[in-house]
Structure formats: C-alpha cells, structure tokens
Design a protein around this ligand. Structure first.
Ligand SMILES: *Cc1c(COP(=O)(O)O)cnc(C)c1O
Length: 494
C-alpha cells in the first residue's frame, strides 16, 4: 500500500513520494511529511544485517514506498559505489571513549554528498515517462553547489546551474566548481554576494514568463535544497548503519541505547536521526550542537524560537543559519501531526520573527532532544585538544559537536558524534587552530601543511584539483542570471 505525503501545514493535498520529490515544497509553503513513519517499518534485525547499500534499500523502500524495489536498488547502486572512498560509505571510528561517524567520504568530502548523490537518482526515476527535462538552479556560498553539481552530473533528463559569489568563495571551492565534469552542468560567478545570488534565484523561480518559455521547450525548473524529501530520507540510513557497525564490532548489543550528537544548521541531518528513532532505532538522545548562531540552543532550552538576533560569521559556515527550515517537520511530529498549530507557528515566525511552542510540545521535545553551543574559540580549542589527546583531526563543524558532547558527563551509553566534513575542506582554519601561522598561505599550501602536521590522508578529489582543467569562467551581473539560466536550459536540455 502506498503511503502519501502532505504539507506540514495542511492535509488538503496527498502526493506520492515521487510527486513530493519533484515538487520540493508544498504550495502553501509547508514541507512534505508522511503521517506515520513507524508503520510498516522494517525490523531492527533486518536493518542490522547486510551492507550499507542493503540498509539504504530498506530505509528508502519503506519511506518512499511508491518506488519499486528495482527502482530503489538502481538508485542505491548509482549513488553509493566507488564514488565513495570508503567501502563502508560512512565509517565509524573511535575518538577517545566515544565514536565519530564520518559522513564525508563522498566525491566532495562533505556530508551533503550522502543526500545529493541520491536525490538526482530519485528525481531521474520520478520524472520517467514525463518527457520534460528538469533544470536544477542553485545559489551557493561554496559547498552545497559543488555537491549538487557532482550529484546531477550526467544524470539523464536533468541539468544543473550553479551560481556563486565572485571572489567570495575559497580558492579550493572555486576550483572544485570551475573544474566540474559533466555535459549537463553550468557554473557561473555573479557580481554580488551570496544573498544577492540567493534572492535572484528565488526571483527566477517566481518568474512566470520564464517558466512558460521554458515549458515550451519541455523544461521545468527545480531546486535541490535540503527541505526536499529526497534529501532527507537518504540520511536516515547512516544512523542505522552506525549502530550496525558498532553491533558488528561487538561494542553494542542489538537493543542497547545510543546517543548521537549532531552539528546542526538547517536541521536536516538531526531530523533524519529522529526518523531513525521513530522507525525503531534505540536512540536515547539526539544532541543538537550549534555554533555562535545558537537559535536552536535557545529554542530547545526555552521553547521559544526567536530569529531576531545578530547573524554571526563563524569558522563553521555551513551552520551559520538563523532559520532552520527542517525544524518545521519536527514540530509536526512532536504535535502529533497538528497542521493547524504548525501553520500558526510558521505564520508567527514570518510575521513577527518568533514563536513559542505549547508546553506539551516542549515536553515531547525534551524526551529526545538536548542541545549545546560552541563559539569559534571553543571550536578551535576542541580541534587542538582532540588532536593532542586522541590523534583525531576534526573539521570545525564536527568540532562544534565534539565540544558539545564532551561537555556532558558520559554514563555508559554509547555516544556517536557525526562528522560532516573532511578537515581538508577547511585546511586553513584547522591548521590555525593547531597553532600554525597561515598568513599568506593559499588553500593548497594549507592542505600540504596540514598533511605534514597530521599525516591524515588527503581526499583524492581535493588533491587532484591542482592539475584539473578549468571549464567554467563566466561572470555575470545579478540581472543577467535569469538569461543565463534560460540559455543553459536550452543548451543542456531542450
Ligand atoms: C550542511 C552542513 C551542516 C548542517 O547540516 P544540516 O542538515 O543543515 O543541519 C553541518 N556541517 C557541514 C559541513 C555541512 O555542510
């Protein structure tokens, strides 16, 4: 029996997961959810057997149940193969008495690969028979754009256009995008900052005349952002997989409790952990770790979400967020699917910049969620301390979570810290945290120096960038972005 998805804000419309993946966001601004995540879920025993890929098939088969088993296994094979540089896909490694779940062994060395290697496959299958091409348009401050490019490169029936702010991404990030392979990709710098790019992309999506012209060429525009069901669901797998690895290594018995500490921005990663818990993984606590942008720490502590606060630029930029979009899904589940409540809270947020959840929702929240924060100073100290005491080198995002985890007393329950990026993606900040002077060093010099100091393996894709051929050097003004998309769509898809 197919389970349907609907908006967090109403039950007026029911969609299959394929439709939800293609639509991305509900017409009323809500996020797509299904009511009962637990019903019909595979048993824990079945999820602990087999490989990462087997678990992915079970998790996706359950949560996206209008896909056939053949479709799912085709997607899983394409998403999680030799493009990951670890046969375990997401290996668990020790860190002192705790564990680290490394989510960055994919092609762009960051955890977004787990979802963005899969989403294009799910979209490819979802649009089959539709005949139209899907053009993904994304603005990026650095990392997400590259992960989207790598995921969509040469996926049939899709194209991807990425805009980044000229001169405002690191040299390594720029090279990662400028050297992107694939016949269906377009990369373009814009004269402006990330917000300018983001705002203009929103205008492009809202441009009815443009959409009509593209429709005549059989092209639809779509986004790949982290509220898409097709990005959330693949992330559930690694929570089961981490648990399975610890059981296989004799560190846990099936049924033992486990805690996860998650460095959080848009709340997608940690929400996937909640889905795993709802599906039967014996998760005790999910610990939400924030940097100086600690809107979630305050929310989990008090029940009031208040975005009216200064925005901080930190050394963990992927967590520099004031509105955590995926939190809306958690509110839906914590309120037992009260769409009216979710709708009114989101209205408050949009109109007044804050909301407060009712007491019964806060109590439910506290049954599972805890929180903590680390500012840049604490983050740097943690990078240095973890290296000196445990010989493990962490990127700044992971270090935020490690700091929050270590502030809590251990009580015998296994603790896993999610590691979301390779330290080599942030070589300069990591090197500086270890006490080295990085003045006048470029990205590759910092990478080399970090290798000299730690001996940790540099991801091949990052070191290969030095010799890679640059393919894209376009720079356009903000008003020219729309024409650039239309041209790219015609070139790539029509
Ligand atoms: C995106 C990202 C995060 C935050 O993940 P969310 O799902 O948005 O909470 C953390 N670390 C890194 C390196 C990221 O790229």
């Amino acid at each position: 029996m197919t389970t349907f998805y609907h908006s967090t804000r109403s039950r007026n419309e029911s969609l299959t997961s394929k439709q939800a993946i293609l639509e991305g966001i509900a017409p009323d601004g809500g996020l797509f959810v299904r009511d009962d995540v637990a019903e019909g879920a595979p048993s824990l025993e079945s999820l602990l057997a087999g490989t990462y890929q087997d678990r992915a098939c079970l998790v996706l088969g359950h949560l996206l149940d209008d896909f056939t088993a053949e479709e799912i296994s085709g997607c899983v094979d394409a998403a999680y193969g030799p493009n990951f540089d670890s046969p375990a896909v997401t290996p668990v490694v020790p860190c002192g008495d705790d564990w680290t779940l490394e989510l960055w062994h994919g092609p762009t060395s960051a955890f977004k690969d787990i979802a963005l290697q899969m989403l294009p496959q799910l979209m490819r299958v979802s649009r089959e028979g539709d005949g139209r091409g899907v053009m993904i348009v994304t603005a990026t401050s650095g990392d997400t754009g590259k992960a989207a490019l790598e995921g969509f490169a040469d996926v049939a029936g899709t194209g991807v256009t990425v805009f980044y702010p000229h001169g405002k991404v690191s040299d390594v990030q720029r090279l990662q995008m400028a050297t992107q392979r694939g016949k269906n990709v377009a990369v373009c710098a814009i004269e402006g900052n990330f917000d300018d790019a983001q705002t203009q992309v929103k205008r492009i999506f809202a441009d009815v005349a443009l959409r009509e012209r593209l429709a005549e060429k059989n092209v639809v525009l779509s986004s790949a952002n982290s509220i898409n069901v097709g990005r959330l669901v693949p992330q559930v797998t690694y929570y089961f997989d981490a648990y399975a690895q610890l059981v296989a290594a004799g560190k846990l018995k099936s049924g033992d409790a486990i805690d996860f500490c998650v460095p959080t921005g848009n709340f997608g990663d940690v929400l996937a952990g909640y889905y795993a818990k709802l599906m039967g993984l014996p998760v005790r606590k999910l610990i939400v770790a924030s940097n100086a942008n600690d809107v979630l720490t305050d929310f989990i502590t008090t029940g009031t979400y208040d975005r009216r606060r200064p925005f901080h630029k930190t050394i963990s930029p992927s967590m520099d967020i004031l509105v955590s979009s995926n939190l809306e899904r958690l509110l839906f589940y914590l309120s037992d699917g009260d769409c009216e409540l979710v709708s009114s809270l989101m209205k408050n947020l949009a109109e007044q910049g804050f909301y407060t959840v009712p007491e019964h929702v806060l109590e439910r929240l506290h049954e599972t969620f805890e929180c903590g924060r680390a500012d840049d100073t604490a983050t740097r100290e943690t990078i240095r301390d973890t290296w000196e005491r445990h010989g493990v080198i962490l990127d700044p995002h992971t270090a935020v979570a490690r700091h929050v985890l270590e502030a809590r007393p251990a009580d015998g329950v296994a603790r896993v810290c999610l590691s979301t990026a390779s330290p080599y993606k942030f070589s300069a900040d990591v090197l500086a945290a270890l006490g080295h002077d990085t003045t006048d060093m470029d990205g590759f010099e910092c990478m080399d120096a970090l290798f000299e100091v730690t001996g940790a393996k540099v991801p091949e894709a990052l070191s290969a960038l030095r010799d890679a051929q640059e393919r894209f050097s376009d720079v356009v003004s903000v008003p020219e972005m729309s024409g650039y998309v239309e041209d790219a769509a015609t070139r790539i898809l029509a």
